[in-house]
Structures are given as C-alpha cells and as structure tokens.
Design a protein around this ligand. Structure first.
Ligand code: HEC
Length: 252
C-alpha cells in the first residue's frame, strides 16, 4: 500500500466519529421516546408520513416496497399506503416541482430521506412539537427550535395553539417557553394545565419512522454481513492457502 493511500484511509477513519458528533448537533431538545424495533409504531409513522408530509417533501432514497421491512405486506402497502398512480417500486416522491415549492413557501421543502440522521431524532421530535402562533410570519406559525421556518404547522388541528412565553429561569436568565393556550383534537387543557400525551405519542411514531428511513435497515445490514463473510471464506481463504503454499514450497 502506498503512503498516500494509507494516509487517506487513516484520515477517513479519524473523520468518521467527528462527522457523527457534528451531525448530532447541540441544542436543547426533548428526548424522542422512540423504539426502532416497534413495528406498529413504525407503521403508524409511515401512514402519517405519507398522508401529511409527502405533499411537500420527497423521500427519494426510500421506495414504497421497502415498507416491507417494517412488517407490511405488499398487499397492505398497495391497499393502505400507496398514493394513487404510484407504483410499489417507485421512490417516495412528490408531484410538486422544486420551483413551485420555492415560489409557494419561499424555501425548498428538503428531501426527508436522511433528515433524521442529519439532525437527530430528538431534533425532529422537538421540531414537530414546537410550532407556535406568530402573526408576523406569513404562515401564521413560527417554530421554537427552527426560528422562522417556512413550513406551516401541519398538525395544528391535532395540537391546538401554542404561544411563546418568556420566563425568568433559575439563574436569572430569560428562557423561552411554549404554552398551550387552545387545545386541539389530540391535546387537553385541564385547569389550565396542558395534557399533550396523545399528540406527543403520534409525533414519536412519526419520528420513529423518519429514523427508520435514515438508517439502513437491520435486515439489509445482516444480509450484507453474510455476504462479506461469504466473500472472506470463498475468496480470501483459498488465496491465503495458495500464498502459504507458495511461501513454503522451497522450504520443503
Ligand atoms: C405545506 C408544505 C409542507 C408540508 C405539508 C410539510 N412540510 Fe416540512 N417543510 C416545508 C418547508 C417549506 C420547509 C423548509 C423550511 C425552511 O427552510 O424555512 C420544511 C422543512 C422541514 C424540515 C427541516 C427542518 C430543518 O431543520 O431544516 C423538517 C424536519 C420537516 N420539514 C418535516 C416535515 C414533516 C415530518 C412533515 C409531515 C408531518 C412535513 N415536514 C410537512 C414544507 C412542508
């Protein structure tokens, strides 16, 4: 191996954990209560994602038939999830053109295939729960974890209305907090106290699905493991054996 190649490999190996740390980001987000092995949660998330997100966002790295990895049969995908006109082998794309999107929202709705991996599950979970009323914004909504987001609050009927409040924290600094002032169909206000458990659970399902999209599936990873092992046994083992024979030929 030449020196440059060795250096390149070393640099790549060193850069990996750093890239991970950068991607995880900082910020003060709520911990997403998700479980990637919970297929029912993933299926609920897939349904929500299809119904509420794909109108503006694509997920081009994801094909409809990959939903079989979360326990749906091909027939179930066709009957319950696949949008009219789409084929099971198609990627999850949108009809809208990027130019239209930009004109309507002032910003491109990004592809969401690996968004959860890029921003982290906690960020997605917090983002989906942090929309608040802001009359200065064109959509009427702003977001506490993504200031001036061009995205409207898709689930305002479910969540109801939050407003931004500033409170003095323990150390005397002002902290921004959201307060539910109007209950939605999935939240309750009981004696002025907000109960958002049901809404939070739905957002956890949706986040869970986005994490699944961003991570190569367990199934695929195992298959790859076997292929690598097979390669080692079928190709490398005989090669090593021949090499050994070659080395020892003159000795015997
Ligand atoms: C009406 C169109 C529309 C719908 C529907 C929509 N979005 Fe968005 N979304 C946007 C736009 C526009 C942006 C870009 C915001 C910006 O850059 O200011 C965005 C940005 C995002 C981001 C990126 C945030 C960031 O930090 O960069 C995430 C995550 C996201 N959307 C998730 C979702 C999910 C999940 C759904 C489904 C529940 C959804 N969106 C539905 C228009 C939409």
């Amino acid at each position: 191996m030449t020196k440059t190649i060795r250096q390149l490999i070393a640099a790549a190996v060193l850069a990996l954990p750093m890239a991970g740390a950068l991607a995880a980001g900082g910020g003060n987000y709520d911990k997403a209560p998700i479980d990637i092995k919970d297929t029912e949660s993933l299926q609920r998330g897939a349904q929500m994602f299809t119904n509420y997100c794909l109108s503006c966002h694509s997920a081009n790295a994801m094909r409809w038939n990959r939903l079989q990895d979360i326990g749906l049969s091909e027939q179930q995908i066709k009957d319950n999830i696949l949008p009219p006109g789409a084929k099971i082998g198609d990627p999850m794309k949108i009809a809208m053109t990027p130019a239209d999107a930009k004109a309507w929202f002032g910003a491109m709705p990004p592809d969401l295939s690996v968004m959860a991996r890029a921003r982290g599950a906690d960020y997605i979970y917090s983002y989906l729960r942090s929309f608040y009323k802001d009359p200065t914004r064109e959509t009427g909504w702003n977001n506490l974890v993504f200031d001036k987001a061009a995205m409207p609050h898709v689930f305002f009927e479910w969540q109801g209305e939050q407003v931004l409040k500033h409170e003095k924290g323990a150390d005397g600094h002002e902290v921004a907090k959201l307060e539910l002032v109007k209950a939605g169909t999935l939240t309750k206000l009981e004696n002025g106290k907000a109960n958002t458990a049901e809404y939070d659970k739905r957002m956890a399902d949706l986040t869970n699905f986005m994490v699944f999209m961003g991570e190569p599936s367990q199934v695929k990873r195992h298959q790859l493991g076997y292929i690598v092992l097979l390669f080692l046994i079928v190709v490398m083992l005989p090669l090593a054996y021949l090499l050994k024979k070659e080395y020892w030929r003159d000795v015997h």
